[in-house]
Design a protein around this ligand. Structure first.
Ligand SMILES: C[S@@+](CC[C@H](N)C(=O)[O-])C[C@H]1O[C@@H](n2cnc3c(N)ncnc32)[C@H](O)[C@@H]1O
Length: 274
């Protein structure tokens, strides 16, 4: 199993955050396909039913600058407070500025920790937690487990997953590989690799689709740093099928309240509760 850079190493500095944003604006299906943008407002009717009349608190995890949250916020009742948390606090601050709520805050967070930090876990309930675009980069089971531990009955979690279209994860992931293997994404990832400390040996990037080292049947798009015979995973994007996503949800004892999948079946959103 080749060693891996933590996902946060690709986003944490202001410069890398800006480079990621360039890639996002040029290549992200959310920006270039209206069907994917619509996906992010599909949960609105069910959320309106669940949230209307409630003084709820919105916690946006790994939200970057909050573009997706902002789109959804126009279709659901306003929260009493909005908290944006990301490994990149500059982006989290932008998200908090973008959203409308009487009380707003932001923080740096490490979503690979076992629990949410007390600055978040002490926020009043009920919560609407959103987790958009994060599961591809991080190990899904530990993250969902940690959220389950932090949530209480009445809290809601709305998360997105990048899916492998079709029945076979590996075949589906190969179809979407060009979304990643392109000059702009290479520039972002190569910059992150060159800035990483301790320094990586001289090398170059290669993209491919591999089985996830922790779940063999799960397809993972990887960008690997190749240096002689050494391989270091710089970037990975997990591409589960909807069945795999739902098996994670069941494993961590969360309940599925809603599932929304965009027409190309490359991205889906699940609404779950404790
Ligand atoms: C692919 S981007 C998605 C951003 C945004 N939510 C969206 O869907 O467009 C992944 C986000 O997760 C954040 N992230 C990556 N690793 C993280 C970690 N360990 N803890 C907290 N946030 C992390 C990044 O800073 C980035 O904003």
């Amino acid at each position: 199993m080749p060693p891996e850079l933590p996902a946060s190493a690709l986003y944490a500095s202001p410069a890398l955050g800006r480079l990621w944003k360039k890639v996002h604006l040029a290549r992200s299906p959310f920006v270039i396909r209206s069907g994917v943008r619509r996906l992010y407002i599909h949960p609105a009717p069910v959320l309106r039913k669940l949230l209307s009349g409630k003084a709820y608190h919105w916690i946006a995890l790994g939200c970057a600058d909050g573009l997706k949250e902002s789109l959804l916020s126009r279709k659901i009742p306003a929260p009493t407070s909005f908290h944006a948390a990301d490994t990149n606090p500059t982006l989290a601050r932008m998200a908090a500025l973008r959203l409308r709520a009487p009380v707003k805050s932001w923080s740096r967070i490490d979503l690979t920790s076992q629990r949410l930090p007390s600055s978040i876990s002490h926020l009043p309930r009920p919560w609407l937690v959103t987790l958009f675009g994060v599961l591809p980069n991080l190990d899904a089971l530990p993250l969902l487990q940690s959220l389950h531990r932090s949530m209480k009955p009445g809290d809601l979690l709305l998360f997105s997953a990048n899916l492998a279209p079709g029945k076979s994860g590996l075949v589906g992931a190969r179809k979407v590989l060009p979304q990643y293997d392109n000059p702009l994404t290479r520039r972002w990832l190569a910059t992150a690799a060159l800035r990483y400390r301790p320094r990586l040996p001289k090398g170059h990037l290669e993209f491919g689709v591999f089985p996830d080292p922790r779940q063999n049947s799960l397809a993972r798009i990887e960008a690997r740093w190749i240096s002689g015979r050494r391989r270091i995973v710089v970037f990975s994007s997990r591409r589960p099928t909807p069945t795999q996503v739902e098996s994670w949800v069941r494993k961590v004892h969360l309940w599925i309240l809603g599932r929304f999948i965009e027409p190309h079946r490359e991205e889906g959103i699940w609404l779950v509760a404790r």
